[in-house]
Design a protein. Structure first.
Length: 700
C-alpha cells in the first residue's frame, strides 16, 4: 500500500490547490461538512502553504465563520498530520474568533506531537503571531494547556523561552503555572518561577499571594511568610480569607496547633469571619494529633459563631475517631450527620467500614456496607479491599474471595493492593497452593506484583517450610527489578537459620550488605541466635560487636540468644555473668532468660545454682515469676538425680504458687517415682493426672 502511494506520488506530483476556491466556497457556505461536496476535487492532503493562505484569506472574508469552518474541515477530514506552522495558524485563528476551547485542543495536539521541541513549538506560534495580528492570549493558553496536561516542566520551559523572546504572559497564566507546581510539590521550581515573574514586572494579585503562602507553608518556611506578606502589602495586595485559611491549614499539617489558633485570632482581629474551610482545617489538625475532644469543642465554638458544618466536617471527625478506634463516638457522629440532613458519602462509609473491618467485626462492617449501597453509593476498590482484609483477618477466606468476585462483577478493578490483601490472608492460613494460583492470576490479568506481593509470599513459604520456593520468588523479584528490603532478607535469613543452613543464611547476609541494605536488630538477632543454637558463641560475639559498632542496640531477645549460646556450650556460669551485664546495660531479663539459665545449670547438674535462680525469679516479681516451664525444668533435674523428695517439694511449691501443672509435669514425676521403685506414688499421680484431664503415657 505504502509503495503504491509512493509510486502514485512520483507519477502525479501534488499541485497546490487554489486557496481562493476554498475561500469563496467557505464564504458562501461555512458548513465544513458540505465543503467536500461544494468543491469536489478538494484534496485530503492540502499543503501547509495552501492551509496558511486559505486561513489568511478567510480572516478577511465577509463571513466571520469561514475560517473556523475551514479549521473544522481540516480536523474532520482524513488529513495527514498537520505541520506545526499549520497548527500554529489554526490556533491563532481560533483565539481571534474567541474559540479558546478549540485553541486549547489544537495546542494540546501540537504539544503532544513527537519530535518537536519546546523552542520549536514557541517559534511556530511566534512566527505567525504578527502575521495573523493575534492576541497574547495564545501564549497564556499554551502555558495553561501544559499545566492542565500535567506537563509542568514543559510549561516552565515554555514560560522561560517566551521570557527570553520578550513576550510576557498574563498573571493568570503565571498563577496557573505556580499553582500546578505547588500542587505537585515542585516547591523549589515554584519559588524560582515566582521570582522570575517578579523580575519581569508582571503585576501580581491576591491569587499569587495565596499560591505562594501555600508554597511557603508546604515547606514549613513560616518565618518567611511574614516578610512575604509585608512585601505584598507594599504592592497593595492584602491577605484575604483564603490566605488565613491556607496559613491555618499549613500550621495544622505541620502539627503546630497553637500557632494555627493564633492565626485564627489574628484573622478575627482583621475583621475576617472564619468559614467552614477554617473550621475543617483546625478540626483536621486536632484530629491528626489525636485530640478529638478538643476538636469537638472547637466544632461547638465554630457553630456558636455561625459556621455550619458540612459533609467534610463530619468526615474529618469520623476519620479521627475511627483512627483512634472510638467506635461508639464514631457511630454517634454518623447518626448526628444524618439527623442534620447531611448525606454521608464514600469517605464517611470507608472510615466506618475500615474501623470495623480492622477489628474483625464483619457483621457491623457489612451493616454499613449495605447501608451505603442502599443510599445509591457505589463502593470503590478501597472499600472492597477493606472488607476483604477484614474477612482475611478472621480467617474467613471464602468470604473474602466472594467479596473479590462481587467487586469484579461491579466493575471495580482488582489492583495490587487487593491482591496483596488476599495473598496475605491465604499465606497466614498456610493455603500456599491457592496463594500461588492467585499470584498466577494476578500476572495473567496484567497486575504487576510489587514489593509487598513478593515479601508476603516469601514469608508465607518460609513459614510453611518451603524455603526453596521462597528463594525462587526472591530471584524472580530481583529479575523484575523489584527491590527487596531488610524485611525480605530477614525473612529468608531466619528461614535458612531455622533449617540449620547457616551457610545459606550467611550468603543471604552477604548479598544484603553488597546491595547496600543495612541490617537491623532483627537481622543481627536472627544470625546471632543461629550461631548460638549451634554453640558458636565466638561467631555470635563477632556479630554482636559489629552490631554495637553500627550503634544498633541489642534487645532482650538478642541477649537471650547469647545466654542460650553459653548454656548450650556448657558454660552456664558465663551465661549468668552475661545476664548481670545485661542488667548493667538496663536491659532487664525476662522469664525466657531465667528459664534458659535454669536449664543450663540443670544440664550441668548444678541443681543448687538452678534452685537459687528460681528463688531469685520469685523475688523479682510477677513479670519473671516461675511458670510451668521453670518448675518442669526443676522437677526434671531433681528426678534425674533421683532426689524425689526435692522433686515433690518443687511440685507442691508449684501448686501453692497457683502455677498449673501440665502433662509433662505429671509424666516427669511418674517416671521419677517408677525409677525410684515407688509405684504407689506413681499410680496416685497417674490417677490425679486423669482427674485433671491429661492423657498419660502408660509405658511405666
Amino acid at each position: 500500500m505504502a509503495s503504491t502511494l509512493a509510486r502514485t506520488a512520483i507519477k502525479h506530483p501534488q499541485r497546490p490547490f487554489p486557496p481562493k476556491t476554498l475561500t469563496l466556497s467557505l464564504a458562501q457556505n461555512p458548513n465544513p461538512n458540505l465543503l467536500s461536496s461544494s468543491v469536489p476535487d478538494v484534496p485530503a492532503d492540502l499543503t501547509p502553504e495552501t492551509i496558511l493562505s486559505t486561513l489568511r484569506q478567510c480572516l478577511h472574508s465577509p463571513n466571520p465563520l469561514s475560517a473556523q469552518s475551514f479549521i473544522h474541515f481540516l480536523l474532520r477530514s482524513a488529513h495527514p498530520k498537520l505541520s506545526p506552522p499549520s497548527l500554529a495558524a489554526m490556533i491563532h485563528v481560533s483565539v481571534l474568533n474567541r474559540r479558546s476551547s478549540d485553541a486549547q485542543s489544537l495546542i494540546l495536539r501540537l504539544v503532544r506531537r513527537r519530535g518537536i521541541s519546546r523552542p520549536e513549538i514557541v517559534d511556530a506560534l511566534l512566527s505567525s503571531y504578527h502575521e495573523f495580528k493575534s492576541n497574547p492570549l495564545v501564549f497564556d493558553l499554551l502555558i495553561r494547556t501544559y499545566v492542565q496536561a500535567r506537563k509542568l516542566r514543559e510549561a516552565s520551559e515554555a514560560f522561560r523561552i517566551l521570557k527570553k523572546k520578550g513576550f510576557l504572559v498574563s498573571i493568570n497564566a503565571c498563577n496557573s503555572l505556580l499553582s500546578g507546581l505547588v500542587r505537585t510539590d515542585w516547591v523549589q521550581m515554584a519559588m524560582e518561577i515566582y521570582w522570575e515573574v517578579v523580575q519581569m514586572g508582571i503585576e501580581l494579585n491576591v491569587f499569587t499571594l495565596n499560591i505562594m503562602v501555600n508554597c511557603f507553608g508546604k515547606e514549613g518556611r513560616f518565618q518567611e511568610i511574614d516578610g512575604f506578606l509585608s512585601e505584598m502589602e507594599k504592592r497593595g495586595i492584602f491577605a484575604d480569607l483564603v490566605t488565613y485559611n491556607t496559613l491555618i491549614d499549613s500550621w495544622c499539617r505541620w502539627g503546630h496547633l497553637e500557632e494555627a489558633m493564633e492565626v485564627l485570632d489574628l484573622m478575627v482581629e482583621k475583621g475576617l469571619k472564619p468559614d467552614v474551610v477554617t473550621s475543617n482545617a483546625l478540626l483536621n489538625g486536632f484530629c491528626r494529633k489525636g485530640r478529638i475532644d478538643r476538636a469537638k469543642e472547637l466544632l461547638g465554638e465554630m457553630e456558636s459563631a455561625g459556621v455550619a458544618p458540612n459533609a467534610s466536617t463530619f468526615n474529618i471527625l469520623l476519620m479521627g475517631l475511627c483512627k483512634n478506634g472510638n467506635s461508639d463516638e464514631a457511630v454517634s457522629v454518623y447518626y448526628e450527620m444524618l439527623s442534620r440532613g447531611i448525606a454521608p458519602d464514600l469517605l464517611s462509609f470507608s472510615s466506618l467500614i475500615g474501623l470495623f473491618a480492622r477489628r474483625g467485626d464483619m457483621n457491623t462492617a457489612l451493616v454499613y456496607f449495605r447501608d451505603m449501597k442502599g443510599r445509591g453509593l457505589v463502593p470503590d476498590n478501597v472499600i472492597y479491599t477493606m472488607l476483604i482484609g477484614g474477612f482475611c483477618r478472621i480467617s474467613l477466606i471464602s468470604e473474602a474471595l466472594k467479596m473479590r468476585d462481587e467487586m469484579v462483577d461491579n466493575g471495580c478493578m482488582v489492583d495490587v493492593v487487593t491482591y496483596n490483601t488476599l495473598l496475605n490472608g491465604l499465606c497466614k492460613e498456610r493455603r500456599l497452593v491457592e496463594a500461588n494460583d492467585l499470584f498466577t492470576e494476578m500476572s495473567e490479568r496484567g497486575v504487576a506484583p510489587d514489593f509487598c506481593t513478593f515479601t508476603t509470599l516469601i514469608h508465607g513459604y518460609c513459614k510453611d517450610g518451603g524455603v526453596d520456593k521462597a528463594l525462587n520468588l526472591f530471584e524472580m523479584m530481583l529479575e523484575r527489578n523489584v527491590k527487596p528490603d531488610v524485611i525480605t532478607y530477614n525473612t529468608l535469613i531466619d528461614a535458612f537459620s531455622k533449617e540449620g543452613d547457616v551457610e545459606k543464611a550467611t550468603e543471604m547476609w552477604n548479598d544484603m550488605i553488597r546491595r547496600g541494605i543495612k541490617p537491623n536488630h532483627i537481622t543481627y538477632g536472627v544470625l546471632i541466635d543461629s550461631h548460638c543454637s549451634t554453640g558458636q558463641v565466638a561467631m555470635a560475639f563477632r556479630l554482636w560487636d559489629e552490631m554495637k559498632e553500627r550503634r544498633i542496640s541489642p534487645t532482650v531477645v538478642i541477649y537471650n540468644s547469647i545466654v542460650k549460646g553459653y548454656c548450650r556450650s556448657g558454660n552456664a556460669s558465663k551465661a549468668e555473668e552475661f545476664m548481670l551485664k545485661m542488667i548493667e546495660d538496663r536491659i532487664f531479663p525476662d522469664r525466657i532468660t531465667y528459664n534458659t539459665l535454669v536449664q543450663g545449670f540443670i544440664k550441668e547438674e548444678k541443681m543448687q545454682e538452678a534452685f537459687a535462680l528460681v528463688n531469685k525469679m520469685d523475688k523479682e516479681g510477677v513479670a519473671v515469676a516461675p511458670d510451668v516451664v521453670t518448675y518442669n525444668l526443676l522437677i526434671s533435674g531433681f528426678c534425674r538425680e533421683g532426689k524425689m523428695q526435692e522433686a515433690d517439694w518443687a511440685f507442691r511449691r508449684m501448686v501453692n504458687s497457683r502455677v498449673h501443672p501440665d502433662r509433662a509435669t505429671y509424666m516427669t514425676l511418674i517416671n521419677g517415682y517408677v525409677e525410684a521403685d515407688n509405684l504407689k506414688e506413681a499410680f496416685r499421680l497417674h490417677d490425679e493426672m486423669l482427674q485433671r484431664g491429661f492423657v498419660p503415657d502408660d509405658k511405666f
